[in-house]
Design a protein around this ligand. Sequence first.
Ligand code: BGC
Length: 362
Amino acid sequence: MLCLMTAAMLPGCMCRQNRSEKTVGIVMPSKALERWSRDGDYLKELFEEEGYSVQLRFSDDLLKQINDIQVLIADDVDILIVVPIDGGALARTLEDAEIKNIPVISYDTLVLNTDAIDCYVSFDNYSVGTLQGQYIVDSLAPDETEDTFNIELVTGDPADNNARFFFGGAIDVLQPYIKSGKFVVPSGKTTFEQTSTPAWSMDTAFKNMQNTLASYYSDGKRLDAVMCSNDSMGMGVINAIKSDYLGKNITVVTGQDGDASALRSIIDGQLSMTVYKDVRNEADVAVSVAKAILEGKNLDESLLSEFPAECVFDTESYDNGIKKVPSFLLVPEAIDAENIDKLVDTGSFVWDKKGKYIIPVK
Ligand code: BGC
């Protein structure tokens, strides 16, 4: 009784009480990759602030993910937010959501081959790749010298639609230099298929880089840069360079996500950069889009003004094999040792007590 009276007196609580009948089912990939754990926390927190009840599940593998989605559909959640572990493997499962009229937002990574998804919320994945490629060009400055440079490519999981976009953006920047001979790829591995890394595994990236170093650099060849699509693999590459590279130069290595270990590595002068995607903003956009869907609003540019950060509404770029999926795409940013303070400005990171490293607020 006391609780009800208190709730009735507080406007925030009233809003919470009124809306609590709606449930959001969120399905993330494994918690083992730092970013999904952050996304999951933010989404849960933001939806709960809006008065929704949340069922959050992390799936370690595809079979568990299918099961997690089935459970949420059986529980009659009002809307599903899904990050697919394998973009092409959820079509059958999501048919059941469509039959029950449960809307689905494909979050960060696109679900392929199905009509069941209503929209896609992500970052501009192609730009992530161009930022990485451009960082390498700017660091090596091939246009300002007669020298040529040796580079290698390490790209992401073939089951993740984003991985090809990251690769596409990077290779479009690097290709002209590879073609002109300014950039040489001693391993000869320049296609997505030759450079992809299942499950974005740090371990696999480490072993692959060890093999590349043993096969193509054991004669003392200089390795100038590794275009690496994300932080987990970037850290694997850095570890292989530390243990197996004979050269003394600092190799430019790119990353993506702003993982805590990657930020430490940037400050220690090892990883050169990360493409930062403010996942709090991504979660915020997902919450606004989910609300719009549940309120029966149209998904179009008119929603953009409600978002906390710059975002583009794109109806052309993301074809999932069945339809062009309306997409809300946030803008990624390159972070290196020079501008790392910007992360503190986002409010999601602080300098640690000794003022040495930048750490996530939670
Ligand atoms: C995400 C990246 C992430 C990768 C591995 C991709 O779908 O967009 O931010 O690094 O998955 O988790």
